[in-house]
Design a protein. Structure first.
Length: 348
């Protein structure tokens, strides 16, 4: 009874400490939320000002072009009026000559009057009705540049925040398919040509060529990143501890898989329900995977480009979830490079 009481007291103390830890975290969370709201207000106020400035620029440009068109139209009308006046004058003189009986005078005056005065080719000259071709687009392009700059800054900050939740992932040899070659430090998973002789335990994947991290996560957030390099086949993500490990598998959330894959060196796909073909501007060399257990999200990022690849939302986690890796098929020797778990450099 004395030992049980001591154990209970220890448990009570641990839970009281946990209560204080949660309260402290909540306080920090509230401070973080307040900071985020202030930054949100600042950013959107800046964007509103930018929109108003670009709108003003576009309107000024439109008005200037309108005034320039008015001046040009006035100049052209003046020139036309001058030519009309000259033609009317000659026409009037010709009318007088037609009525004249002084034939010598008529012969002297008629050649200069009957030849038309110098005029412009008015069929090719005019005022264009569409004055402002590209004015609004130009203003929006400037706004787009501003928005991209702000987004790049936000992506960088977002990546830094996720990387603060980096965990030390070590691959579990007891789960590795016999074809997978693991490095001694458990940080690399390559595709071997031959099957290794290993115990056929219930945790091992077979015949699907994949491996899990040793540690699973029951709550909170965790992040890890993997160098995929020039590989032509790979799968990455997280899975439930309870997934089927024997026989063929179908990677989708309903089966406890939240993964992204590459096939044939060019086809990227998020294995959601249904699966989503991904159009990536660049081939990621390092893929970051960020999981928020409570929020129910799994996000994939191109680490070097600091750009999102895909996010699973509404994930129904239950029990522990584990980092998941598949180095893929041999692909005629083109896919022999291993997947490499990379440590996070917090200084960059």
């Amino acid at each position: 009874m004395k030992k049980s009481q001591a154990d209970f007291q220890q448990m009570i103390q641990e839970r009281l400490e946990k209560v204080e830890e949660i309260k402290s975290c909540l306080k920090l969370s509230n401070m973080s939320a307040e900071k985020e709201m202030k930054e949100s207000d600042r950013l959107f106020a800046f964007l509103i000002r930018s929109i108003e400035e670009r709108q003003t620029e576009a309107n000024v440009e439109i008005k200037e072009k309108q005034k320039a068109a008015e001046r040009r139209a006035e100049e052209l009308v003046d020139q036309l009026q001058q030519e009309i006046t000259e033609l009317q004058r000659r026409n009037a003189e010709l009318e007088e000559l037609r009525a004249s009986e002084d034939h010598l005078h008529v012969l002297k005056r008629s050649p200069s009057l009957m030849s038309p005065p110098p005029t412009k080719e008015w069929m090719e000259i005019g005022v264009h009705p569409e004055l402002c071709v590209g004015a609004v687009r130009g203003a929006l392009s400037k706004l787009d540049d501003t928005l991209k700059k702000e987004l790049d800054g936000l992506k960088k900050e977002e990546m830094k925040k996720m990387q603060t939740y980096a965990v030390d992932v070590v691959l579990d040899p007891d789960t590795a398919h016999p074809n997978i070659v693991l490095s001694a430090d458990g940080k690399q998973a390559g595709r071997g040509e031959l099957l290794h002789i290993v115990p056929d335990n219930p945790q091992r994947f077979d015949p699907v060529i994949c491996v899990l991290g040793k540690r699973g996560y029951l709550s909170g957030r965790f992040y890890f990143q993997v160098a995929v390099g020039s590989k032509t086949f790979w799968d990455l993500g997280v899975v439930k501890e309870s997934v089927n490990r024997k026989g063929m598998i179908t990677s989708k959330p309903e089966n406890g898989y939240w993964t992204v894959r590459l096939r044939n060196g060019e086809e990227y796909r998020a294995l959601d329900s249904p699966s989503v073909l991904l159009s990536l501007k660049e081939k990621p060399q390092i893929v970051g995977v960020f999981t928020d257990y409570e929020q129910g999200t799994v996000s994939f990022f191109d680490v070097e480009a600091r750009s999102p690849i895909y996010t699973f939302t509404g994930c129904l986690f239950s029990g522990r979830i584990f980092p998941f890796f598949s180095p893929g098929v041999f692909d005629e020797g083109k896919n022999t490079a291993p997947l490499v778990i990379k440590a996070v450099n917090h200084e960059t």
